[in-house]
Design a protein around this ligand. Sequence first.
Ligand code: UD1
Length: 394
Amino acid sequence: MKLLAVAGARPNFVKIAPLMREMRSRRGLESVLVHTGQHYDERMSRLFFEELDIPRPDVDLEVGSGTHAVQTAEIMKRFDPVLRREKPDAVLVVGDVNSTIACALTAAKEGVPVAHVEAGLRSFDRTMPEEINRVLTDRLSDWLFATERSGAENLRREGIASERIFLVGNVMIDTLRRHRERSEQSAILETVRVSSRGYAVLTLHRPGTVDQPELLGPVLTAIAELSRELPVIFPVHPRTRRVLESGAGAWLACGGSDIRTIEPLGYLDFLKLLAHARLVLTDSGGIQEETTVLGVPCLTLRENTERPATVEEGSNVLVGLSAERILSESRRVLGGAFRPGRIPALWDGRAAVRVVDALVGRTQRSAFSEAPARVGMPDHAATQPLENIVAEPT
Ligand code: UD1
């Protein structure tokens, strides 16, 4: 069996690492890795390949940045000949970035089955480009691997046959568990001159937050105020840096504030920074999950989340973009009001094993009948059952 795996942007790299490791450990399974080049900076891409031991990509499409339409179309144009040349039995995509939908759509049109890891997450907010990518990728996928129960339930509600839905856990957490101990060797706390639990971490990169000055201004003002009580370490995404350089940076600098802006960090430095933080403020999706596993308080600067398990079970609180709420919730945490919560089911470091087991047919479901018929994959019916990994119908 030949699988073609796709990664394009920073969060994809964290997810693809355990999948590549697992695929390459299986006899009889050939895997090809395609990097779309959506992210290309040293600190947004190459550093992650090195730190996470991701094999060097077999193909680099080098698409770079652009509008959504240009970036998506350019990935499709460049991915199409690769697909025809490699003739994989299936394409594996992860997450919800433009690379995910572009490659899923190209594969589906070529009649190549698609496996989507991190399927079913829904913010129900179509103003988020990622939500559009998620909905469309799931529509096109033959295997849908959900990280949390809500994802499996959303897919069922959308009419996707339960035989295609697998609740497998979270490959991003596979990576966290694998590297957590090693991350302790990072000297990042000394580099940014803070002590354990003596600082907050801030990340902001979503267009919905950073591209609208009327929203960003009050958020940064509130965080500048918070930083008078607790230093705030702010690794700045390239998109956000542009916004700060074009004037928004002034909001960070109210009297007595202590917001330390730094370059984007590699995986190990960032994991250590998160693990020792007193508080994390973010508009990222993945960081909501990582803080849940680390048991660190997370305030999500958005009105919704596609990852409800982090709120219902984990350490995440949705605070939106209101300055008062950001400050009052931060002060509540600093005052000791914090419930560490629990880790969602199957976020145990073995999600990639379950994904690959399902792909090679070692699960009880035999329902991918049209996929094997199209591409001649192994007979799933003759395989070993695995308990507990297939989502129950809702
Ligand atoms: C993308 C994903 C988002 C994910 C984020 C993680 C989409 C629609 N969005 O957003 O879901 O959370 O990645 O970072 O796919 N840039 C660089 N160097 C790079 C990459 C980007 O300077 O290596 C700059 C460019 O100016 C670019 C901008 O960042 O225009 C945005 O990059 P882009 O890939 O379009 O989206 P992200 O905001 O990174």
